[in-house]
Design a protein around this ligand. Structure first.
Ligand code: PLP
Length: 455
């Protein structure tokens, strides 16, 4: 790759030839993209030599931090040994076998089978097909409806975006596809009104039962949810929420799917966020932290309830991708999971860096008039920007203040994401205590600059 170009040359070529995801390309091309050239630990560098603290681990994925030579070596070794082979037609290979075995060790009890994709979106498309196939095999083919939540994010393909509850995505391309239904999200701060968090949690969970009854219980196949909503704003549901959702799923016999694309592989201090909330899902979507983003890989973890009929009674499952279980991606995932285990990274998030991060962030922002709540656990947090802390009043033009704050972060070499009026942090899991100090003080500074600008 030619790395001799100037920033202006990179930007001009980017504008000339590259369409970015989720971007207003006209506006972006006028402003010029920031060119990121290198990463090490929790830091990135741009083409102007600025050191940037990555408070988002890329897109919630670089769990073991940037610049891990072991992962590059694992990929190089596998490319030389067996760069590619598929597992469609009575073949398999050691990398995908070893990865499946390892996943059976780190996932909660009952998960022993894994299907691989290249992304979380494809993982969720696989969920749609697998859930419906399961009910076909069980002899209840009319069970096709999958219930999700408004403001959920499950990816960007046609199926995954339909499962998601983002109106701005549904409005482009005629989504959702049929037989996907949405209920309210458990976002107490913005939507809980005068109810206590616990009462609100029960109220929105019970919408699942209302929806099941409205659709007809014999037609409902599954409920899907992120244990905590990530892209939707790091929304942590009230404690009453998940037990009630689980009770309803069991009562009506429907499958419970946890989208662990963000929560999986240590983010909350557990290997999977379901374990933090006491959720016992039938299926889990996995991606991101499985390879720490070093190479694309996603998949579905399948519990015995679904795996048994799929394997023993189903015959062909007519679904797969050229790169399902790609050997190089599998080799990177194996080494990545090895690093998470050998370095005790998940345990450190649980016992040390996670509680430290939550405490520092909450203390730093407790008296900040702009911050209504700091929600989170482990190394993920959502900070609610609010107009009036006492009444939980939000700003009128949703998103504007969040973007203002995000721009201050960007200008101050901190990557913090904004969703509506929530600022999000999800740093690499290898972040040290002193780096957490730096992250929190930079975040506090940028929030203060935002408050000043608002007057
Ligand atoms: N599910 C969740 C919860 C996500 O946050 C994402 C991406 O951010 C996805 C699925 C989609 O994953 P991908 O972007 O790898 O397709």
């Amino acid at each position: 790759m030619n790395t001799q170009r100037t920033t202006q040359e990179w930007q001009a070529l980017d504008a000339a030839h590259h369409i970015h995801p989720f971007s207003d390309m006209g506006a972006l091309n006028r402003a010029g993209s920031r060119v990121i050239v290198r990463g090490e630990g929790v830091y990135l560098w741009d083409s102007e030599g600025h050191q940037i603290m990555d408070g988002m681990a890329g897109l919630w994925c670089v769990n073991v931090g940037y610049g891990r030579k072991e992962l590059a070596d694992a990929a190089a070794r596998q490319m030389q040994e067996l760069a590619y082979y598929n597992t469609f037609f009575k073949t398999t290979h050691p990398a995908v076998i070893e990865l499946s075995r390892l996943l059976a060790e780190v996932t909660p009890p009952g998960f022993e089978h894994f299907f691989f994709t290249n992304s979380g979106s494809e993982g969720n498309d696989t969920i749609i097909r697998m859930v419906r196939r399961y009910w076909d095999i069980i002899g209840q083919p009319e069970r096709k409806v999958i219930i999700s939540r408004h403001n959920a994010y499950h990816g960007s393909t046609v199926g995954a975006a339909s499962l998601g509850g983002m109106d701005y995505m549904h409005s482009q391309g005629g989504l959702p596809i049929p037989d996907i239904e949405h209920i309210d999200q458990p976002y107490w701060y913005a939507e809980g009104g005068d109810l206590s968090p616990e009462a609100f949690g029960l109220k929105v969970a019970r919408q699942l039962e209302e929806k099941i009854l409205a659709v007809g219980p014999e037609r409902v196949a599954a409920f899907i949810g992120e244990p905590f909503q990530g892209a939707g704003g790091v929304i942590f549901p009230p404690d009453s929420y998940w037990p009630e959702i689980q009770r309803i799923c069991r009562q009506y016999g429907i499958l419970l799917v946890a989208d662990e694309v963000i929560g999986g592989f240590g983010r909350t201090g557990h290997w999977f966020a379901s374990q933090h909330f006491g959720i016992e899902p039938d299926l889990m979507t996995i991606a991101k932290g499985m390879t720490s983003g070093y190479i694309p890989m996603g998949g579905v973890a399948i519990s015995r309830r679904v795996a048994d009929p799929l394997i023993n009674e189903g015959g062909d499952f007519n679904h797969g991708l050229t790169y399902s279980g790609h050997p190089v991606a599998a080799a990177v995932a194996i080494r990545n999971i090895g690093i998470l285990r050998e370095e005790g990274i998940v345990e450190r998030v649980m016992n040390d860096t996670g509680p430290y991060f939550q405490r520092c962030l909450k203390e730093a922002l407790a008296d900040n008039p702009l911050i209504g709540e700091v929600a989170g656990t482990g190394l993920v947090a959502g900070m609610q920007l609010t107009r009036n802390k006492a009444t939980r009043e939000l700003f009128p033009n949703r998103g504007e203040v969040g973007l203002l704050c995000r721009d201050f972060c960007f200008a101050n070499n901190l990557i913090m994401r904004a969703t509506g009026e929530r600022m999000l942090l999800s740093p690499p899991l290898v972040i040290s205590r002193s780096e957490i100090d730096e992250l929190v003080s930079r975040a506090q500074h940028c929030i203060t600059l935002t408050a000043r600008k608002l007057g």
